[in-house]
Design a protein around this ligand. Sequence first.
Ligand code: GLN
Length: 342
Amino acid sequence: MTDHDLKSLASSIQAVSSPFRNYLNDLYEKYRSLDEGKVADYIPELALANPEWFGICVVTSNGQLFEVGNCDRLFTIQSISKAFIYGLALEDWGREYVNSKVSVEPTGEAFNSIVLDEKTNRPYNPMVNAGAIATTDLIKGNGSTERLKRVLDLFRRYTGRDLEINVPVFLSEKATGHRNRAIAYLMLNFGMVTDRIEETLDLYFQQCSIMVNSHDLAVMAATLANGGVNPITGERALDEHYVQDVISVMLTCGMYDYSGEWTYKVGMPAKSGVGGGITAVVPGKLGIGTFSPLLDVKGNSVRGIEICKDLAKDFGLHLFNVAKPERDLMEWLERGESVDDW
Ligand code: GLN
């Protein structure tokens, strides 16, 4: 039996043993033929992504795991890193100081827009490139090696495993990232970042080039859903006092200039990246990780959006949903009822 056969056998055993896995399998089948959007191609390495790659993973805040598709296929985390780095900056400096360097207002503009708040000169929020570069600048550490080590350790705590950087992606980002360089120098001009620009940009490009899979993204989201403690390893990844800050900006700014519509239709704090990943948090309940590299014009994964929309609708997971959901996921997970009983 090949590895592939073993895997499909394992997932079919999972499928018969869990109605929620059946549900996810159906969702996977529903959207696997959706081929709208295109893979990112601003650097050659990302253009190599196979449009068929597709993974959905859900991890509950008490550590139950459900997955379907290519959940161990690695891709670069890209902008998803921004949410987690923001949390580390808050731990390093506290809320007041971080707020003095990065605001929390949605821009309604593309993630790489060159725009700062005219009155305060702050970048608008930590989820767009300007704000993320300012946040990365705040990461403490003695020199580039120690700062990178802290960043990698942060993601180790969130995912429960050691992660690696995709060096060709990092080098390409660094070689072509003139727009990010321009943003960084504009912020230096206004005293919003320190003058170690190249070091900070390297760290920013490195954090974007960390390799994760959809399983990792679900565990990271579940860690936030679980108050900052990784539900699989039990290790704390973020001070519980800052979880609210991180997931608030994810809700208002995490899906680029689609954030308003996302909040309206899905209502989950989430962050997407141009590698094709989405991480979405249902506070107190679960984390979702999706991977499909086909992106819409705003840079969000087309299939990932649809998956989250369906999960939100079918289980009443929208943050502001007050109607009794047709399917109460948590109750069902606890009781282990069959899908036919819903
Ligand atoms: N590395 C990309 C950039 O800085 C991140 C893009 C993204 O995921 N939106 O432009």
